[in-house]
Design a binder for this molecule. Structure first.
Ligand SMILES: Nc1ncnc2c1ncn2[C@@H]1O[C@H](COP(=O)(O)OP(=O)(O)OP(=O)(O)O)[C@@H](O)[C@H]1O
Ligand SMILES: [Mg+2]
Length: 233
């Protein structure tokens, strides 16, 4: 069953088109890694899916229902969670208040914190600490925890491993694989870390100047070499 379907999606900024007709589908419990060099449009694609940018063409459908641009209040009710690339926690709010934004209901908040703390214990231990005083890595874990709190159907991650130490990256890969197994969350994982992406996702696609290039399954022999060749890293 398809959770996210993009059909010839085009979007960008003002007159400028960055995403030039992207078509893809992600099924229930499936993870697609989207790789690409700096400036190729990865973050723009996620913002386009979320409807933060006006659509210049094509469609976005979640669970078979078309998602229009400019309806941010409808995203949570559709079960869509998004971890943006930049400055995503409310710096002046505590860890608990940041999590409450995702799940206002008290009982669900408590259950969610218990579940997320199983992955990232510091979250439960430091509920009252201001998020702005957490380390960069802890803020990334909080962002992921918050995105998982509401048990989304679709999770969009924008370079969640950026700037993290290898052991934390390893842990995050484990968390994402566990959530896919247990909660069947569909994931679109934007990454620069090829090893993490291949380990965590079932399929990959390389974004080149707003269009999908090389694509395949992450367990295909030679996948890593082909991606690295495309990225020129
Ligand atoms: N707010 C904006 N207004 C105008 N152009 C923008 C804006 N944000 C991004 N762009 C342009 O869109 C293109 C794609 O940017 P985007 O941030 O989507 O790339 P990316 O693949 O996420 O790169 P990175 O790996 O560095 O995060 C770039 O040419 C960028 O300059
Ligand atoms: Mg980006």
């Amino acid at each position: 069953m398809t959770v996210l379907a993009l059909d010839a999606l085009r979007c960008g900024y003002g007159e400028a088109t960055v995403i030039r007709g992207v078509t893809l589908a992600i099924g229930r419990g499936e993870a697609l890694a989207l790789l690409g060099k700096n400036g190729m449009g990865k973050s723009t694609l996620l913002k386009g899916i979320m409807g933060f940018l006006p659509r210049q063409g094509g469609t976005v459908a979640v669970d078979g229902q078309v998602l229009c641009a400019g309806e941010p209040h409808r995203l949570a009710e559709r079960g869509i969670a998004y971890a943006p690339q930049e400055q995503a926690v409310f710096q002046d709010l505590s860890i608990e208040e940041n999590l409450r934004v995702a799940v206002p209901d008290r009982q669900r908040l408590r259950d969610g914190i218990e579940r997320i703390a199983g992955y990232f214990p510091f979250i439960a231990q430091r509920l009252r600490q201001k998020a702005g005083t957490l380390s960069g890595g802890e803020q990334k874990m909080l962002i992921l925890g918050r995105a998982l709190m509401a048990r989304p159907r679709l999770l969009l991650l924008d370079e969640i491993t950026e700037g993290l130490q290898p052991s934390v990256i390893e842990r995050i890969s484990g968390v994402l694989q566990a959530e896919r197994r247990t909660a069947q969350i569909a994931m679109l994982i934007v990454e620069q870390n090829v090893a993490f992406a291949l380990k965590t996702a079932d399929r990959y696609a390389v974004l080149e100047r707003g269009e999908l290039g090389e694509q395949g399954r992450t367990d295909e022999p030679g996948a890593q070499a082909r991606i690295i060749d495309r990225l020129g890293v």
